[in-house]
Design a protein around this ligand. Structure first.
Ligand code: AMP
Length: 547
């Protein structure tokens, strides 16, 4: 397909708003393409150059592109930028500049989509000291051969801003329509091989070819994602479910064949060289060829460290060894997509879990299975107490859906909602915390009165516990058994997952999963949240379905 024709399709699609109309036109375009052109044009039309799993990246920033265009049209880069700012659309601005260029080239050669793709591949592979210069020359060459109209779409494609509104969903349906195959099969093949371009080529051969696609090692699969939800809803909808800690780290996908291992990030970048320690750990824990899905967290003295520590290790190119010493990373594996030549994504989660348990000797994320909401809530509390973000609840019968943010995995974590409440008492702690106030009694304000609304113990580190104890010991008014009453003067900011009606506290409300956030030294007792405000929040919140 000539690039000029591709540009014309882009223009027609850009002017369309109806989804069906778009699918019709894309499918018409696809049916004109050869086997070799299909993968390229399918990706181009979605504004992509390489498959998502591919390590190839074009690596052309706007600056380099504007400089190359400037050279071709006989202007300085600054003049190109000025024109773009004036028009607000880089594609149209570059089209205008190419249309008005001072010198016309005599040897323009017609561009073909396959040539353009080959040139992109070449650009992506340029490395070394003079790479910027070489890339600049290659981009100049491309633009020297384009018509103004082609330049509009070539520039947008290279900037990854095609902006014609054709997404994966539309292309999937257009592929199905063009080659008369089922959209579900197209989607399934796409999930396995993570490249709609290649899927289109197979679809052209028919459903037989599509049906036998298989996940391949070292071609990362999109990660399955989660929605927000509640424990009670999941149990109601699915019966017995699986609960796992929600680790606050970075997602990874581990591929291993024999002694070759690679690790990919959530964005499917290859992060193998930054994380050799994680790879060593995982490789030592299995004798199989696998693709594993998990989260890696930073730990110190057995406790998770904040997510920022993991970030310092990911994508690190230099000083990898010293960072390994400084920040210990531990993987937690919660899924398996491939085992010794078998693709497992279509198995129910319960089956995948069994495979995981036979394939891996260590680092498997602990799980609680069951339909007892109380036990699952206990697990949630345990996760928070151990410093994790919350829990994930997973449908045991669901398949692994790459790239899908569905209802089969839901995350339960404390919401960001917080209240500022007065601390009016406490209870002595137990065990390790016996010499400190363990949980603090909180109150809201109601017409001058302080009414209890709950207790908070979670979220207070050992250090904070000691500091708070020092702060509050001066304020004790009375003690009865384990209970202590304070002179109210300190305000806590407290996070919670939900407000509940409750007969246990005089305010008539209780906080679900309260979590200490901080002391509000800047607030006085008369500035805390009121009962009226709490009632308002309670009434505004849609019922979450929790009992
Ligand atoms: P969020 O990023 O808030 O949408 O939550 C989903 C993310 O939680 C996933 O992409 C993982 O990176 C992470 N996560 C942590 N623990 C788990 C787990 N046990 N199962 C699945 N995802 C997890």
């Amino acid at each position: 397909m000539r690039f000029a024709d591709f540009a014309r399709y882009c223009e027609r699609l850009e002017a369309m708003s109806g989804r069906l109309e778009m699918i019709e036109l894309v499918s018409e375009m696809l049916s004109t393409l050869s086997d070799d052109e299909l993968p390229v044009v399918v990706r181009f039309i979605m504004g992509k150059i390489f498959p998502d799993w591919s390590p190839l990246k074009l690596g052309i920033g706007p600056n380099l592109l504007y400089e190359a265009v400037g050279y071709v049209v006989g202007k300085k880069k600054e003049a190109v930028i000025q024109e773009i700012n004036r028009s607000g659309d880089a594609g149209r601005a570059i089209e205008h500049l190419v249309a008005n260029k001072e010198q016309t080239s005599f040897f323009t050669q017609e561009l073909d989509t396959a040539d353009v793709y080959r040139e992109f591949e070449h650009i992506a592979q340029i490395e070394g000291k003079r790479s910027q210069r070489e890339k600049l020359l290659a981009v100049r060459k491309l633009f020297a051969n384009t018509s103004p109209h082609e330049a509009r779409y070539l520039a947008r494609l290279m900037l990854e801003e095609l902006r014609i509104g054709v997404g994966e969903g539309n292309v999937r349906d257009a592929v199905a329509k063009a080659f008369k195959v089922s959209p579900e099969l197209v989607e399934h093949a796409f999930q396995a091989i993570n490249d709609l371009g290649e899927v289109a080529r197979l679809a052209k051969q028919g459903e037989g070819a599509l049906g036998i696609v298989h996940i391949e090692l070292f071609r990362p699969v999109k990660m399955m994602l989660a929605q927000q939800g509640t424990i009670a809803d999941m149990v109601r909808d699915h019966g017995a479910v699986a609960a796992e800690f929600k680790y606050d780290g970075s997602r990874f996908q581990f591929h291993k064949r024999g002694t070759t291992c690679r690790l990919y990030s959530r964005k499917l970048e290859d992060v193998t060289s930054a994380l050799p320690d994680v790879i060593r750990r995982l490789a030592a824990a299995t004798d199989h060829d696998v693709i594993l899905d998990g989260e890696v967290i930073a730990v110190k003295d057995g406790m998770p460290r904040p997510f920022q520590f993991v970030l310092r290790r990911f994508r690190r190119k230099y000083e990898v060894a010293s960072y390994i010493e400084e920040i210990e990373l531990v993987p937690h594996v919660f899924d398996i997509l491939y085992l010794d030549g078998r693709m497992l994504i279509d198995l129910p989660f319960a089956e995948r879990r069994k495979n995981l348990e036979t394939a891996l000797r260590a680092y498997i994320a602990p799980q609680l299975q069951g339909d007892d909401v109380g036990a699952l809530e206990g697990f949630y509390q345990k996760a928070l107490d151990e410093g994790h973000e919350g829990i994930m609840i997973k449908d045991l019968s669901s398949r692994y859906s790459p790239g899908v943010r569905g209802k089969n995995w839901v995350k339960i974590k404390p919401e960001v909602d917080t209240l500022d409440l007065a601390v009016i008492g406490a209870e002595w702690g137990e065990g390790r915390r016996a010499h400190f106030f363990g949980s603090y009694l909180l109150a809201c304000l109601d017409q001058g009165l302080l009414l209890p609304v709950g207790k908070v113990a979670t979220g207070i580190s050992d250090e904070a516990l000691a500091e708070l104890h020092d702060l509050f010991k001066e304020m004790v008014i009375s003690e009865a058994g384990k209970e202590v009453t304070f002179e109210p003067s300190i305000v806590f900011e407290v996070g919670y997952s939900e407000l509940q009606k409750s007969p246990n506290y005089e305010s008539g409300f209780a906080l679900r999963f309260p979590r200490f956030v901080r002391v509000r030294a800047d607030k006085g007792i008369d500035e805390i949240d009121t009962l009226e405000g709490i009632k308002k929040r309670f009434n505004q919140k849609p019922s979450s379905g929790e009992p």
